[in-house]
Design a binder for this molecule. Structure first.
Ligand code: ZN
Length: 132
């Protein structure tokens, strides 16, 4: 089973919490034990797991990332979005989350984020569930 999440981003850089969507896919497919792979088929968007309880964590990640990898610089890529590609490679295209007892095994403060680095765009995230 391969599920697709369609995500419409609104800003150039944005972190969108997709934990609820992934949890729903797990319960809809009745997977009690296994692994969920969340994969983004884009070169300027990524997946990460981090804190959601305090929204300022997400804001700080975005602010620091903009500082570390500025939008303009000595880049050669003609499309003009090298910073987006670099940010994407730092974060990576996928995360794997254990499923146990029909639920995603996440720490108390952990949630799953779709990371837009060259929006706004219409994006996809694929979810593959592997039953054990
Ligand atoms: Zn590009």
């Amino acid at each position: 089973m391969l599920e697709t999440l369609n995500i419409k981003t609104k800003r150039r850089i944005q972190m969108i919490d997709i934990t609820g969507d992934i949890s729903k896919i797990v319960s809809d497919n009745n997977v009690k034990s296994g692994i969920s792979v969340v994969y983004v088929p884009h070169t300027t968007a990524a997946i990460t797991i981090n804190e959601s309880a305090d929204p300022s964590v997400k804001d700080d990640i975005i602010t620091k990332l903009k500082e570390l990898v500025p939008e303009s610089g000595k880049y050669t890529h003609l499309e003009g979005n090298s910073d987006s590609h670099i940010k994407t490679s730092i974060f990576g295209a996928s995360e794997q989350i254990i499923i146990e007892g029909g639920k995603l095994v996440l720490g108390t403060w952990q949630n799953i984020y779709f990371c837009e680095f060259d929006g706004p765009r219409n994006r996809k995230a694929y979810v593959k569930l592997i039953k054990q």
